[in-house]
Design a protein around this ligand. Structure first.
Ligand code: SF4
Ligand code: SF4
Ligand code: FES
Length: 247
């Protein structure tokens, strides 16, 4: 996160006096970003508040919709001893919140050829032996921004239960908050990725619907529709994307 050049928070700029009728309907609250207090809209997300305060997020933002895991943030609320974790793009600010975004940090990542693996505990032990250092403290589950049973999926990995590992880790966004807190130095999300790949390659049931759809795509059934989409401007595509929710 880099501070934008001479960019003052809109809330801190002087504005003409307004009559009571024209007062902003959006109440403001105070949050502390990297140790400094800012007045931000009460209904803002953390990411919105950071940008409202004049910061330009050059790293630590991707999808802005809660999917990519790039915007991991730690925060503390007044009077609460607990350090909380959240995604900046989907977590709303609260009055008195004190927060900082977490940069990415080096993570252990095994290199493998999925075609040469077996979907079992031997693979887990070979590629991520660190999982056997787990002390079952459950800190990873408490830290998870997605509310996943992280400790349970690590236990599934230790048993070689690939289906359970796939299932419990499915909504992981690889934000790294569990890694940050784990006393055993486990890189949970990469263990989950391995489990889902193993499941997809060796254990999933054949889907006749998927085979049919792939055949349709390969046969050119949708080529004309693709051409229409490819010719659209960014704004037209955006409108089409959001309009589909209204249908
Ligand atoms: S935080 Fe680490 S040691 Fe604790 S339960 Fe989770 S994986 Fe195990
Ligand atoms: S399991 Fe870990 S990396 Fe995945 S979403 Fe939860 S906290 Fe983030
Ligand atoms: S920016 Fe992608 S999850 Fe927040």
């Amino acid at each position: 996160m880099a501070k934008a050049k001479v960019k003052k928070a809109p809330s801190q700029r002087k504005s003409p006096k307004k009559s009571s009728q024209s007062r902003s309907p959006n109440p403001m609250i105070t949050v502390h970003i990297m140790g400094r207090a800012y007045s931000v809209p009460a209904e803002a997300t953390i990411m919105g508040a950071i940008e409202h305060a004049g910061y330009q997020i050059v790293r630590g933002a991707g999808c802005r919709e809660g999917f990519c895991g790039a915007c991991a943030t730690v925060y503390r609320l007044p009077g609460d001893y607990k350090l909380a974790m959240g995604l900046a793009c989907t977590t709303l600010v609260q009055d008195g919140m004190s927060l900082a975004q977490i940069p990415s940090f080096p993570a252990e990542k095994a290199i493998y050829d999925i075609e040469e693996l077996t979907p079992d505990v031997a693979t887990m032990a070979k590629l991520y032996p660190v999982i056997f250092r787990c002390v079952e403290c459950n800190t990873c589950t408490k830290a998870c921004v997605q509310g996943l049973l992280v400790m349970d999926y690590i236990q599934a990995a230790k048993r070689g239960d690939i289906e359970m590992l796939m299932d419990l880790s499915f909504d992981c966004v690889s934000c790294g908050m569990c890694v940050l807190r784990c006393p055993a130095e486990i890189t949970h999300y990469n263990v989950g990725v391995l489990g889902r790949r193993l499941f997809g390659r060796y254990l999933r049931k054949e889907s006749p619907e998927l085979v049919k759809r792939i055949g349709e795509i390969s046969g050119g059934n949708y080529d004309a529709e693709y051409e229409v989409l490819l010719a659209m401007s960014h704004d037209e595509l955006k409108k089409r994307y959001y309009d589909r929710d209204m249908e």
